[in-house]
Design a binder for this molecule. Structure first.
Ligand SMILES: Cc1cc2nc3c(=O)[nH]c(=O)nc-3n(C[C@H](O)[C@H](O)[C@H](O)COP(=O)(O)OP(=O)(O)OC[C@H]3O[C@@H](n4cnc5c(N)ncnc54)[C@H](O)[C@@H]3O)c2cc1C
Length: 505
């Protein structure tokens, strides 16, 4: 094999996945069609759950440097806003960061880990050979083929890999036509709701967001399916002006476009995230209307879920079923995001029949429990993977790690950054540390003080919880031993702690 894993697509999800795989000890090659990054930014918001993950990877300071944080977000353009101040996590806010900057930082991180990123390399064919994968690559110099144990399509919503692997993409066709334009406004006060601001009129939606001094992002949505004759054509400034006029009745003076693009509410989910040795992650696996700023965040968390599992698989350390838990855990998360973005778009429809529904939703959003539930949903903090239950179950099982005190928190971050699991050992039950001795290459222990006993997987999700002091120690240890085997495989024989496997290249 030329490498362990071929990652097709060097967008944000492909880059994040490559870094996670490399951290887990796999050899990785990223194949990216574009010779240079486009420099354009679709996404601008990084959600709270991803900020915790970036912190666990030692990357958060680089992402926050020079970028603003924001404590609220809208749901379907309604008031009151979702309040992030009550989120149950370490970084309870959103980070406003252009996607181009996210990609640049991820590429730096991935290259620093030694990943081979090949730009100007387009994948045109993929074959699962049973014991590996072969793919055809097209470059300016011609065609060549590459082999690997596994291949992951992170090649966006129109994924070539998904189509070549014959994986269905089930869902609904577009019902709305939307434009994105980064332009200069001669006079922002021409927009009655200002910048930032949203107009919902009987003809559609008009949103304006300030991107940088002098540059405004205009987003228009008309609730009619795209015209097939123009669906793939370049957007012109005249088309944008006419669309803004149709929606708002205003002649807004706009010029010097930096970027003009189309998008829709096509909503689709891959029928499976794995077919043999080919897997999917990010937009290649799920697409939806970009309301609530969730697609990129969803895809990055696919990468964080898949990376350690696939690395363990290709380095021969994975217990049975580990790789299949990727689709089993992540596909339901995407299903919920697709449902909730459909709800938001319905609520934003210009149809006056929706107005009473909007009023009811506004009243519901004023209720702290509802506001908090939706805030946790769109930030990805409500994720609870359905892990197989052990002898004891707990509300935290499958959830992201709860906020920790600085001492244990630092210990956990250091372990997760190295691609290892973390076992938090409470003062009251020092014996649990012994259960992890045979896994010491893959799981490190951290004194938890008075905090709860927790086992965290490398993706920061809780895989075991100490049920409490009144449970017999032997039962607790047996439960922990099962969880360690399920996620990290059989222990090494006593006295020979297994080092993490790492291959170069
Ligand atoms: C208007 C708008 C606003 C958005 N705002 C947000 C937001 O605020 N927050 C958020 O979370 N999400 C947002 N999103 C969604 C987000 O932009 C996407 O979910 C994200 O880009 C998906 O990343 P990806 O890496 O999966 O795919 P992509 O970003 O599409 O990257 C795929 C990569 O694969 C490469 N590629 C494709 N085919 C091949 C091939 N055959 N061989 C080699 N390389 C190939 C492409 O060149 C590309 O670099 C928004 C989307 C839109 C349209």
């Amino acid at each position: 094999m030329d490498t362990d894993v071929l990652v097709v697509g060097g967008g944000p999800v492909g880059l994040m996945l490559a870094a996670e795989l490399r951290t887990g000890g796999a050899r990785v090659v990223v194949l990216e069609r574009l010779k240079e990054p486009s420099g354009h930014s679709r996404a601008f918001r990084m959600q709270a759950r991803m900020l915790d993950v970036l912190d666990q990877r030692g990357l958060l300071d680089r992402f926050t440097d020079g970028n603003r944080t924001w404590p609220k977000a809208h749901f379907a353009g309604l008031e009151p806003l979702l309040d992030f101040g009550h989120l149950r996590n370490e970084h309870p806010y959103a980070l406003l960061i252009p996607q181009a900057r996210t990609e640049q930082l991820l590429e730096e991180h991935t290259r620093a880990l030694g990943v081979d990123i090949r730009r100007g390399h387009a994948v045109t064919a993929v074959e699962d050979t049973g014991d590996g994968v072969r793919c055809e690559v097209e470059t300016d110099e011609g065609r060549h083929s590459l082999t690997a144990s596994y291949l992951v399509g992170c090649d966006g919503g129109r994924s070539t890999v998904r189509k070549l692997a014959g994986i269905g993409f089930t869902g609904s066709d577009p019902t709305v036509s939307a434009l994105l334009a980064d332009v200069e406004l001669a006079d922002p006060s021409q927009l009655p709701n200002g910048v930032p601001g949203t107009m919902r009129t009987p003809h559609g939606l008009l949103m304006a967001i300030s991107l940088q001094p002098g540059v405004t992002r205009i987003l228009t949505t008309e609730f009619v399916p795209p015209d097939p004759a123009t669906a793939r054509s370049e957007v012109t400034l005249d088309e944008l002006r006419a669309t803004v006029r149709r929606i708002s009745g205003l002649d807004v003076d706009m010029d010097r476009p930096r970027w003009l693009s189309r998008f829709t509410d096509t909503t689709r989910l891959a029928d499976t995230y794995r077919s043999g040795r080919v897997l999917l992650a990010g937009d290649a696996a799920h697409v939806h209307f970009p309301i609530g700023a969730q697609g990129l965040n969803l895809g990055l968390q696919d990468a964080v879920n898949l990376g350690w599992k696939l690395a363990a698989t290709v380095t021969g350390r994975a217990p049975d079923g580990l790789l299949d838990s990727y689709g089993a855990e992540r596909r339901p998360v995407a299903e919920r995001v697709l449902r909730e973005t459909r709800v938001q778009l319905l609520l934003m429809s210009p149809d006056p029949k929706v107005d009473p529904l909007r009023e009811v939703f506004s009243e519901l959003l004023a209720m702290p429990e509802v506001n908090s539930r939706l805030a946790h949903e769109i930030t990805g903090l409500d994720i609870r993977y359905q892990l197989p239950e052990g002898r004891y179950t707990h509300d935290l099982l499958g959830c992201p790690c709860p906020p920790l005190k600085p001492g244990p928190g630092d210990g956990v971050r250091a372990l997760l950054r190295a691609g290892r699991g973390a076992l938090l050992v409470p003062d009251t039950r020092p014996g649990v540390a012994r259960a992890a001795e045979g896994h010491s290459g893959r799981v490190g222990t951290v004194p938890a003080g008075e905090g709860p006993g927790l086992l965290l997987r490398p993706d920061g999700h809780v895989a075991w919880v100490d049920p409490g002091d009144d449970t017999p120690a032997d039962d607790v240890l047996a439960d922990l031993t099962d969880a360690l085997r399920r996620w990290f495989g059989d222990p090494a024989p006593t006295g020979t702690p297994r080092p993490p496997t790492s291959r170069n290249g």
